[in-house]
Design a protein. Structure first.
Length: 307
């Protein structure tokens, strides 16, 4: 059994109006609907208790802000007119206010709290309209959920993300530090707030991390030895926490993995010794696919993640 703790009343849908289980799928999205009527959450639930209705939703939010649960989240409600979408969504019916598809603020605010709670418990991460925050007319030709709610999708996502402390920007921060021959590990640098390196001392170690998505990086030493890819960032882990083997580094390669909830795709931009920036491992006009010059030690490194 799984439902939001914001549920005020359970109005179980008739067992003929939904499917038990999720057909092996996992919950990836929340879908917003409109009741096309001015109802409390309890009144809406009565509709799905009718045998032969062949429709249901997981939740309803009434015009009074009431929240009811009709179908357990572990089961598949029949709401989105799309089987695939039904299997991977938690669906919410939202009450009309004045028969014009408008939704009043009491209802909207209750909806936002419910959306935030589902997103948190289901580990949906940052909510993005059209991705993991969806609406009925994305899946079939229907007026549902109406122009007003459709116009509010970004607002609903932003407010729910705020409740869950999800970053509302697509900015990715990269943090990096280098170990120099003369000084050992230097302090961590964020984005282009500084560069890593000091007093032209050859860099012999590099550690990189990002706050969203993933990064892989590797180095080639001045002797021409290319070391393995690193995806971690831990200067205490000599085996796989940073790139380097104690010899001066001459080349660096970096690649950024953009997470599903950030589009457009982002890239690692990085450079050494003030040479032009490289972009991921791209080899094209102006890009070598690596930063540095073979057999020459690098003494500065800087990096950011961008489009
Ligand atoms: Zn709908």
């Amino acid at each position: 059994m799984s439902k939001s703790s914001l549920t005020q009343i359970i109005v179980p849908a008739d067992e003929g109006n939904y499917t038990k289980g999720r057909s092996g799928r996992s919950i990836e999205a929340i879908t917003i609907h409109h009741m096309a009527g001015r109802l409390t959450a309890k009144q809406c639930g009565r509709i799905f208790q009718a045998k032969g209705r062949y429709g249901s939703s997981h939740y309803g939010v009434g015009y009074d802000g009431s929240i009811a649960n009709y179908v357990d989240e572990e089961d598949t409600a029949w709401t989105n007119s799309n089987w695939d979408s039904n299997c991977k969504s938690v669906t919410i019916e939202t009450s009309d206010d004045n028969s014009s598809w408008y939704v009043n603020d009491t209802t909207l605010n209750a909806l936002i709290k419910l959306v935030a709670d589902i997103a948190k418990r289901r580990n949906l991460g940052k909510l993005v309209p059209g991705k993991n925050l969806t609406w009925h007319s994305m899946f079939t030709n229907t007026a549902c959920p109406g122009d007003y709610l459709r116009s509010k999708m970004q607002y609903i996502a932003d407010e729910a993300n705020k409740i869950n402390n999800e970053s509302t920007s697509n900015e990715v921060n990269v943090y990096y530090r280098v170990k120099t021959q003369k000084h050992g590990w230097l302090k961590e640098v964020k984005n282009l707030e500084d560069y890593a390196g000091w007093e032209n001392s050859p860099i012999i170690g590099l550690a990189i991390r990002v706050d969203k998505g993933g990064i892989k990086y590797r180095v080639t030493t001045i002797s021409g030895k290319t070391l393995g890819w690193i995806t971690d960032c831990d200067i205490d882990n000599y085996m796989s926490g940073w790139a380097g083997n104690g010899d001066p580094i001459s080349l660096v390669e970096c690649y950024y993995y953009t997470p599903d909830n950030i589009r457009p795709y982002q890239y690692a931009y990085y450079r050494v010794n003030g040479y032009p920036y490289q972009k991921d491992l791209i080899k094209a006009k102006g890009f070598d696919g690596y930063a540095g010059v073979p057999k020459k030690p690098i003494t500065t490194f800087s990096m950011y993640i961008g489009k």
